[in-house]
Design a protein around this ligand. Structure first.
Ligand SMILES: NC(=O)c1ccc[n+]([C@@H]2O[C@H](COP(=O)([O-])OP(=O)(O)OC[C@H]3O[C@@H](n4cnc5c(N)ncnc54)[C@H](OP(=O)(O)O)[C@@H]3O)[C@@H](O)[C@H]2O)c1
Length: 278
């Protein structure tokens, strides 16, 4: 692929995966660039003149966002729009990443792109407003909603493996369902989509679903860890931010476009554990 790709948030989990997979065409990291600073975003994008900008930069601390609402909105909503506007000015395609937490989790079937969002947390609200403001710019944008990401960086898989080495028994929430998604698979979808003109909102998670408890069990099964895992309810594990009970999404539009290259989550997890966790 021979396109000039610029990545916002290149040192985050997804950003690192993009850098790794786009080696060769990628040299357009934007170190030190704060997406909330519109003049700098506009100048840097004009200077580099990329064909595609991928925004993985976000305020991702779901708990802390409850106390830092302004900062969460500044980064996830205003920052996203800043990048979208700067892309439109230079005619670059814009790939923006959003989340399953824009849904309230009360639907009894997987969420499709056609379902109405209703976020429960500040993080979810700020990401939803990011989507709306990006759409309001009216540029050539792809908004990809993903879920339960793991890759290079801090994530649930690494936390579970660390805890399994430190303890004999773990308690994991068993009444919240979603879909673990490997950053590697998400980048496959980004790469496919950005070569098209099919702009719009897409669900982009690995296939299938599980609870956090089932996710943890699968991690230990695949790594041969013998730690005991106890299921607990969300009520027994109170958090500041309310999370959706079931935010499983179907990649309906990717399927309709013949672009759903996502693997079942168990297969992606096995690949990650065998080849990427050291
Ligand atoms: N992680 C998940 O489970 C999950 C699930 C669904 C959707 N998503 C979405 O997927 C995307 C990627 O997530 P991720 O897990 O890769 O997140 P991450 O590891 O937390 O990386 C986010 C990156 O954004 C950077 N950043 C924060 N504020 C910034 C600003 N004002 N200007 C420029 N960069 C800034 C952070 O830099 P610092 O570290 O220096 O602050 C960090 O490098 C995000 O849009 C997130 O909302 C994530």
């Amino acid at each position: 692929m021979n396109v000039k790709v610029m990545v916002m948030g290149a040192s985050g989990q997804l950003g690192r995966e993009i850098r790794q997979q786009f080696q060769g065409c990628y040299d357009l990291d934007a170190p030190g660039l704060d997406i909330t600073d519109y003049p700098s975003v506009k100048d840097r994008i004009s200077e580099i003149n990329p064909s595609v900008v991928i925004n993985t930069a976000a305020y991702t601390n779901v708990e802390k966002a409850e106390e830092e609402e302004l900062t969460a909105f500044q980064v996830n909503a205003i920052g996203a729009q800043n990048v979208a506007i700067a892309c439109k000015r230079v005619g670059a395609k814009f790939v923006h990443i959003s989340t399953d937490y824009i849904f309230d989790g009360t639907k009894s079937a997987p969420y499709e792109e056609f379902d109405s969002p209703h976020p429960l947390s500040v993080y979810g609200k700020s990401k939803l407003w990011g989507e709306k403001l990006v759409e309001a710019v009216g540029g050539e944008s792809f908004i990809l909603r993903t879920s339960w990401l793991y890759g290079e960086g801090h994530n649930f898989v690494k936390t579970m493996l660390k805890l399994a080495d430190e303890r004999d028994k773990l308690s994991v929430v068993a009444d919240q369902y979603g879909t673990p998604t490997y950053t590697k698979d998400l980048v496959w979808v980004i790469e496919k989509l950005m070569q098209t003109d099919f702009y719009g909102v897409y669900h982009a998670s690995n296939n299938g679903s599980c609870s956090w408890y089932e996710f943890a069990r699968k991690i230990f099964e695949l790594t041969g860890k013998t730690v005991k895992v106890e299921p607990v309810s969300s009520a027994e594990y109170p958090t500041k931010a309310e999370r959706p009970r079931c935010s499983v999404m179907e990649n309906k539009l990717l399927k309709l476009r013949g672009l759903d290259v996502m693997r079942p989550w168990e297969e992606a997890l096995q690949d990650y554990l065998e080849n990427a966790v050291h």
